[in-house]
Design a protein around this ligand. Structure first.
Ligand code: AMP
Ligand code: ZN
Length: 114
């Protein structure tokens, strides 16, 4: 999608601190980290929100989750614990409308989230 910030990062038109890339997924450090590890894992194909997912997306969503767990392992935060989440639409605080799995870790998390 032409105007989408994360599509621009995926096309390398806007710089990002890239953590992982393959033909279907990009992972990069969040520009405003909320924890020592704060990585966004995104599909290269534009999907605006979880509300737009179809059954054909089951594989890519699984890949996002497994990649987040792999990055957590690389960072040494698997055993201690980490948080993964998708924000969907306004009340959840979604600001970029290209789905992204937040991977947060390296500090104690609190519950419930704000
Ligand atoms: P959300 O609020 O769930 O839509 O998350 C959007 C995230 O994207 C926020 O945590 C932002 O800090 C992050 N973000 C916005 N612009 C950039 C950028 N250019 N590079 C990396 N992360 C970004
Ligand atoms: Zn996009």
């Amino acid at each position: 999608m032409t105007d989408c910030l994360f599509c621009k990062i995926i096309r390398h038109e806007i710089p990002a601190s890239i953590v992982y890339e393959d033909d279907r997924i990009l992972a990069f450090n969040d520009i405003n980290p909320q924890a020592p590890t704060h990585v966004l894992v995104v599909p290269k194909r534009h999907i605006a929100t979880l509300n737009e997912l179809s059954p054909e997306d089951d594989q890519i969503v699984g890949e996002l989750v497994r990649r987040a767990a792999a990055i957590a392992k690389e960072r040494g935060i698997s055993a201690g614990g980490f948080r993964t989440l998708f924000n969907t639409n306004r009340e959840a605080g979604q600001t970029v409308f290209h789905i992204h799995l937040h991977l947060l870790g390296g500090r104690t998390m609190h519950w419930p989230p704000g």
